[in-house]
Each structure stands twice: as structure tokens, then as C-alpha cells.
Design a protein around this ligand. Structure first.
Ligand SMILES: Cc1cc2nc3c(=O)[nH]c(=O)nc-3n(C[C@H](O)[C@H](O)[C@H](O)COP(=O)(O)O)c2cc1C
Length: 331
């Protein structure tokens, strides 16, 4: 069993988190991950209203008696969702873990902490991770350049970001972006993380609510089949390579503004991809790690498999590198 500061402090069996995922992080998936011994997370803003979120949390409770969390992504927009109301629903629901992400979480963290919730803050740089530590979060999830969604603007891959975070932080943290199997978990632990957070890998599980054709497309895709869009706007997003993401890149390369791509990147179009299984209907998020995904297992089996593989990998390294070498020296 892999015990880390994260498993101990968050009361989970395996150091594996299913990160917040717009349109994907629903009760069935979160419960399946938690039942498998990981930490499943419902994505608050996938629910159209705070009342819908309350109902979704109740549904998740009916599917698992293990700890699960709720992601609150603090997007900056002209018409922001009623964050304070979503926050209150999370507090009132009795959920004990919340994952914040996006812009400055200070105000929300204060409220969550007042009510005894544990907060994991997702960020993409050591600087932001340290700021989160200072405002009192319990753990950080740090996303490398490989990740699906928003990798930030620093372009630091996990191989540097994870040990840099380990050197700087005193609170537990999970490495995120580019993880899909036991090798990845073993590597993250070796680099100093207390666990891993995965998004793309959990899209391809039985309980993930996206269309089967999209799951199969991810299994068939390679690590080269993503595109970074909106770099010019300093709001980079890693998404699937398709005609729409190419068009967005092209428009901005030619000097276009956000208003020129607004309709192409609309979330409502991305949701249709997952609903109807047509990858060309909009922009949809996926990470480089799709190149390492080869099956569509049950989420709980995946969590156990990754944990077991990582343990075997780490033990194997000790056996091969240390024990065998010592034996060779002694012989
Ligand atoms: C379909 C999808 C939707 C996502 N939506 C969100 C979101 O709403 N909020 C958030 O904080 N992260 C979101 N993420 C990022 C994940 O939580 C996680 O940080 C990221 O997927 C890790 O990289 P990986 O895909 O390589 O595992 C999303 C990821 C995916 C794949």
C-alpha cells in the first residue's frame, strides 16, 4: 500500500485524485473513483445552478460512503456564475474536501476553512503554489505543461515543475498533467510529490459520462494530437486537435481578437462533442497523455491498477538497482 502525506491527510487509500472536469466530473465518475480508493471530485460548474449541484452531491453520497470532493473553478468572465452560492451549497452539503482552481481563491478558502473543509488548490506554477500555501490551503495540485485544460503561460513540464514544487512547498501536493499509469505515479512520488491528479485518463473509463466514440478516439489518438489555443491572449488551453482548434489558432495568428473566436470556443459546443460523439462539433479538452491511454477500464479498477503498478515499479527498482548491485559488489 502506498501511504503518503496526501493519503493520510485526506483519508484515501491510494494517492490518486480525479481532478475537476467540466461536463465530465459527475456523481457516477467521482463515486467510482472514491469507491476504488482514490479521491473522486464532482465539478460544481457542470451543474447549471447551485440547487443542481446540491442534488448532484446528494446523488454522489448515495453512490459512495468514501470521501469525495467538489471542484470550484473560479473563472474570470463578464458574466461570472454565482460563486458564493455554489460555495455555500458545498459548505451546506457536508462535503469535507474542495478543489479550487482558476483565479485568486483567497476569499473562498477563508470561508471553506471557517467551516472545516480541506482545500486543495490547483495551480500551474510554484509561485502560485506558494501563494496558496500562504493563504492556508491544505494541499496543492500542480499542473505541468502536459496537462489538459489550462497549463498557464510558463510552459514548465512536470519533470522540472514537480521537483521544483517539492523543494519549495511544505504542505502535501499532487503532481498533475501527463499521468496515466503506475510508471507515472512512481515517477511523481520519486520526484517528491505526495500523489497524482489525473483528468484525461479518467475521461476514458466506464463511468465517464462522455460518448463512447470520444473515449475510443482518445484511445486511438497519440501524444501529438493536441493543440494549444489562445496563447496570444495569454489564456492558453490544451485541447484536441481538430478543425475548430486549427481555425482558432489561425484567426489569432492573423491578429484576430477574442470576439472573433468567442463562438468557436463556446463551452456549449464542446459539451455537444461529449453528448453526440462528434469530435468536430467544438473545442474539447484533452491532454498529451492521451498517447499513453490504451483501454477503457472501470474507474475503480484503474485506480487500484495504477497504485499496484507503481508499488511494483518502485519495489522493482529497489530490487534491481540496490539489492542486485549490492549482491554484485559483494560477489
Ligand atoms: C475534459 C476536461 C475538463 C476539465 N475541466 C476542468 C475544470 O473545469 N476545472 C479545473 O480545475 N480543471 C479542469 N480540467 C483539468 C483537470 O482537472 C486536470 O488538472 C488535468 O486534466 C490534468 O492533466 P491530464 O489531463 O494530463 O491528466 C479538465 C480536464 C479535462 C480533461
Amino acid at each position: 500500500m502506498l501511504k503518503t502525506r496526501f493519503t493520510e491527510e485526506f483519508g484515501v487509500e491510494h494517492p490518486i485524485v480525479q481532478g475537476g472536469m467540466m461536463f465530465v466530473g459527475r456523481a457516477e465518475l467521482a463515486a467510482a473513483v472514491s469507491n476504488g480508493g482514490g479521491l473522486g471530485i464532482i465539478t460544481a460548474l457542470t451543474q447549471p445552478t447551485p440547487a443542481d449541484l446540491a442534488a448532484e452531491i446528494e446523488r454522489c453520497k448515495s453512490l459512495t460512503d468514501k470521501p469525495f470532493g467538489v471542484n470550484l473553478t473560479l473563472t474570470l468572465s463578464i458574466n461570472p456564475p454565482p460563486f458564493a452560492e455554489y460555495r455555500q451549497v458545498i459548505i451546506d452539503s457536508g462535503v469535507k474536501i474542495v478543489e479550487t482552481a482558476g483565479s485568486d481563491p483567497t476569499k473562498h478558502v477563508e470561508h471553506f476553512k471557517e467551516h472545516g473543509l480541506k482545500v486543495i488548490h490547483k495551480c500551474t506554477s510554484v509561485w502560485h503554489a506558494l501563494k496558496a500555501e500562504r493563504i492556508g490551503v491544505d494541499a496543492v495540485s500542480i499542473d505541468g505543461f502536459e496537462c489538459a485544460g489550462h497549463p498557464g503561460e510558463d510552459d514548465i513540464p512536470g519533470l522540472v515543475l514537480v521537483p521544483a514544487a517539492a523543494d519549495a512547498l511544505t504542505i502535501p501536493f499532487v503532481a498533475s498533467g501527463g499521468f496515466a499509469d503506475g510508471r507515472g505515479l512512481a515517477a511523481a512520488l520519486s520526484l517528491g510529490a505526495d500523489g497524482i491528479n489525473m483528468g484525461t485518463r479518467f475521461m476514458c473509463t466506464e463511468e465517464s459520462p462522455i460518448h463512447d466514440d470520444i473515449k475510443r478516439l482518445i484511445v486511438d489518438a497519440s501524444e501529438r494530437d493536441t493543440r494549444l489555443i489562445m496563447r496570444q491572449l495569454r489564456n492558453s488551453m490544451r485541447v484536441a486537435k481538430n478543425s475548430i482548434s486549427e481555425e482558432v489558432v489561425d484567426i489569432l495568428d492573423k491578429g484576430g481578437r477574442f470576439k472573433d473566436i468567442k463562438d468557436l470556443v463556446a463551452g456549449v459546443r464542446g459539451r455537444k462533442v461529449y453528448e453526440y460523439g462528434d469530435p468536430e462539433l467544438g473545442i474539447w479538452t484533452v491532454g498529451l497523455v492521451q498517447g499513453l491511454i490504451h483501454d477503457i477500464p472501470a474507474a475503480g479498477d484503474l485506480v487500484r491498477r495504477i497504485s499496484t503498478e507503481a508499488e511494483e515499479k518502485l519495489l522493482g527498482l529497489v530490487r534491481n538497482v540496490v539489492v542486485d548491485r549490492v549482491a554484485a559488489v559483494r560477489a
